[in-house]
Design a protein around this ligand. Structure first.
Ligand code: 4NP
Length: 159
């Protein structure tokens, strides 16, 4: 079976989506399913391409046992829409940006990351201009969404 390709998308790819990439990879590894997934993240904007995650994201991840320090930001590419199976976006603004790049048919199932979460929230708020508490809140939402996404994909693919 070919790997299920999952990409998380936010605006800068330094705060929210790198956390989701790291947490999802962690959950997948814990479940012994690493061989079944290809996991990535990207930003709708490319200003931070090549940069390490925001130190506040790296810190909240480390506090929760997840190492995202080696990840590097990259910009969403048009071809990602035909490569990934799942593109999960953090807020409605991201969704509009991704949908604006869709031309006709595409492979990816594109949607809000929190659609798979237990939380009654639609969006993971952008924590960039806030304080550290914002990153704890983002972490909790990211964990919720990643757990729900993994459960959905395991059920859909019989894993
Ligand atoms: P992210 O957060 O989309 O979660 O990575 C942001 C990072 C950088 C900027 C905005 C949001 N920025 O304006 O540079």
């Amino acid at each position: 079976m070919s790997a299920i390709r999952v990409q998380f998308v936010c605006l800068g790819n330094i705060c929210r989506s790198p956390l989701a990439e790291g947490v999802f990879r962690h959950l997948v590894a814990e479940a012994g399913l690493a061989a079944h997934f290809q996991i990535a993240s990207a930003g709708t904007g490319g200003w931070h391409a090549g940069e390490a995650p925001d130190p506040r994201s790296t810190a909240v991840a480390r506090k929760n046992g997840v190492d995202i320090s080696a990840q590097r930001a990259r910009a969403l590419r048009p071809q990602d829409l035909d490569y990934f199976d799942e593109i999960r976006v953090m807020d409605r603004s991201n969704l509009r940006d991704v949908e604006a790049r869709m031309k006709g048919t595409h492979r990816a199932r594109v949607g809000l990351f929190l659609d798979d979460a237990q939380a009654e929230r639609a969006e993971v708020p952008d924590p960039y201009y806030g304080g550290p508490q914002g990153f704890d809140d983002v972490y909790a939402l990211v964990l919720d969404g990643c757990a729900g996404l993994l459960a959905r994909l395991r059920a859909a693919h019989g894993l």
